[in-house]
Design a protein around this ligand. Structure first.
Ligand code: KIV
Ligand code: NA
Length: 269
């Protein structure tokens, strides 16, 4: 069982490994591979749920997938990603939504796409016993505002990210995701904080890295240029499913070895 304390202590020794997972099977594989942190990302909107953004993803969907991932992974820390408008509108609803992930779904922590609106909320959640992972830089729930472009590219924006990172550390966040920002900004944020930074498209100086599992497996129809593909799972799935279809259509499946006959049932009709 990995705890938020283990993640904090690993930082600065060996890079922290984080990967998204949305189901028990994938969580089991990632767990067996020794991944430290499983993020039940709202990227499930783009991957498993077939939307073209993360905006439609609901609290129920994240809770259900978080429960599946928690059942599938015994060792990894499980982090539930709070979807669009599930936090930040009002405090009571935000706490209730985050609380569900821990109480009902078995999450070890929640991740909040962060900004000035999540500083006090982070402090409150931590007081209540809900560990918080902060997320700064590109925050795809603000796609209508920012697009998917790199963030933190001016000195002003760089200062703003650094300032928000410090405020969330002070508020009690245990780790910070930095998405799609210049590597030299991520390096300075990492230096400035004592909590671990986990980068995606943020260079090699973060304390850890995270990728979307579909991109790692080679299952995505689109992957961002900062991700890396380690498998060809989409091709293998297509081969297997096509072979099955051809086998059924040609009469090759099922064969005798896949069938069972009960003699007593002969001549029934
Ligand atoms: O939803 C997600 O997969 C994420 C990671 C890219 C950090 O938020
Ligand atoms: Na996300």
């Amino acid at each position: 069982m990995t705890s938020v304390r283990d993640v904090r202590e690993k930082a600065g020794t060996t890079p922290i490994t984080m990967l998204t997972a949305y189901d028990a099977t994938t969580a089991g594989v990632a767990n067996e591979a020794g991944i430290d942190v499983l993020l039940v990302g709202d990227s499930m909107g783009n991957t498993d749920l077939g939307y073209d953004s993360t905006l439609p993803v609901t609290v129920d969907e994240v809770a259900s997938r978080t429960a599946a991932v928690s059942r599938g992974a015994d060792d990894a820390l499980v982090v539930a990603d709070m979807p669009f408008l599930s936090v930040g509108v009002d405090e009571a609803t935000s706490i209730e939504n985050c609380g569900r992930m821990v109480k009902e779904a078995g999450a070890d922590a929640v991740k909040l796409e962060s900004g000035s609106h999540t500083v006090e909320l982070t402090e409150r959640l931590v007081q209540l016993g809900i560990p918080v992972m902060t997320h700064l830089g590109l925050t795809p729930q603000r796609v209508k505002e920012t697009g998917y472009t790199q963030q933190g590219t001016t000195r002003d924006e760089g200062h703003e990210i650094l300032d928000l990172a410090r405020k969330h550390e002070e508020a009690g966040a245990f780790a910070l995701v930095l998405e799609h920002i210049p590597a030299n900004l991520a390096a300075q944020v990492t230096d400035a904080l004592s909590i671990p930074t986990i980068g995606i498209g943020a260079g090699s100086d973060c304390d850890g890295q995270v990728l979307v599992v579909d991109d790692v497996l080679g299952l995505s129809s689109y992957s961002p240029p900062f991700s890396k593909q380690y498998g060809n799972v989409r091709e293998q799935m297509l081969d297997a499913v096509s072979a099955y279809r051809e086998d059924v259509e040609s009469g090759g499946f099922p064969a005798d070895e896949h069938s069972h006959v009960v003699d007593e049932l002969d001549d029934l009709y």
